[in-house]
Design a protein around this ligand. Structure first.
Ligand code: SAM
Length: 273
């Protein structure tokens, strides 16, 4: 009989945040696949569970994945965990899930803590519709694309961020989010848990040396900016920004962004006219 793969959510800080079912599955599993076995060992020791473990992290290769799949096909029950929270969500495991499904192996989620959901529900920001973007890419072009998405987002946006990159991310957000409300959910479920609210600019001032773990929750863009520009001629659009005191270069850049076209196209239009 083929085994099953259980995706087991584990605490994101407070060790009490583990479900009865998660404990049972960890106890019953033949093998625990862990992102970092040393980290998972702390949890297992706390729960007084002793199990064989296999490590599977973001740098694990195809062979490692197949080694795990083969164990399931031999009949082993696998519990897959990440260092904290829900596996697969900005954590390893997705490739194992995909291959398992392709090979007809049953994959069963064991729901529990997830930093993005905890941050969202405690933020006070509209949680009816939201977009989760994970970590912002470091690659300039990809980052710009994501920032553009955030700028025009018509629903709440949730991001993960490492503490040493938080200031850079807030700086980027300050250029696109204007007065939109942002909540930094810090150290959720831990001793120094805190929810810090402000605009990106205000938060940059408050967060001198960010320490701990953070989720960023950003209010949607409530402004119907695009519609205003749609009904304007290019000249009116130019004049709109000129009155704000922007110089020609800035205006062209802004118009291109508003109209979702390349800067060159706007330049050409002005030369033609
Ligand atoms: N899979 C995990 C989950 O379900 O939340 C997320 C893993 S991701 C690699 C780690 C990121 O999640 C951190 O950089 C931070 O943005 C967020 N995070 C995890 N635990 C947190 C906590 N206790 N408080 C605030 N943010 C947390």
């Amino acid at each position: 009989m083929v085994g099953k793969i259980y995706l087991v959510a584990t605490p994101i800080g407070n060790l009490e945040d583990i479900t009865l079912r998660a404990i049972r599955i960890l106890k019953e599993a033949d093998i625990i696949v862990a992102e970092d076995t040393r980290q998972t060992l702390k949890l297992l020791n706390h729960l007084e569970i002793s199990k064989p473990m296999i490590s599977y992290h973001r740098h694990s290769n195809e062979d490692k994945k197949m080694e795990i799949i083969e164990q399931v096909e031999k009949g082993k029950q696998i519990a897959l965990v990440s260092d904290a929270g829900t596996p697969v969500i900005s954590d390893p495991g997705e490739e194992i899930v995909q291959t398992a499904i392709e090979r007809g192996i049953q994959v069963i989620p064991i729901p529990g803590p997830c930093a993005l959901i905890s941050a969202l529900i405690a933020s006070g920001i509209d949680a009816k519709e939201f977009t989760f973007l994970g970590f912002l890419p470091l690659n300039k072009k990809l980052r710009k694309e994501k920032l553009n998405d955030i700028e025009s987002a018509k629903n709440t946006v949730v991001l993960y961020e490492a503490p040493h990159k938080l200031k850079a991310t807030l700086t980027d957000l300050s250029e696109i989010t204007e007065d939109r409300k942002i909540v930094l959910a810090k150290e959720i479920t831990k001793i120094h848990e805190q929810y810090i609210t402000g605009t990106a600019k205000e938060l940059m001032e408050k967060m001198e040396e960010p320490k701990g773990e953070f989720v960023i929750v950003i209010e949607k863009n409530n402004k119907e900016k695009i519609d205003i520009f749609e009904n304007m001629t290019l000249e009116e659009h130019y004049e709109y920004y000129r009155r704000m005191g922007k110089d020609k270069k800035e205006i062209i850049k802004q118009i291109a962004k508003d109209r979702n076209v390349k800067k060159d196209e706007i330049y050409k239009q002005f030369i033609k006219d």
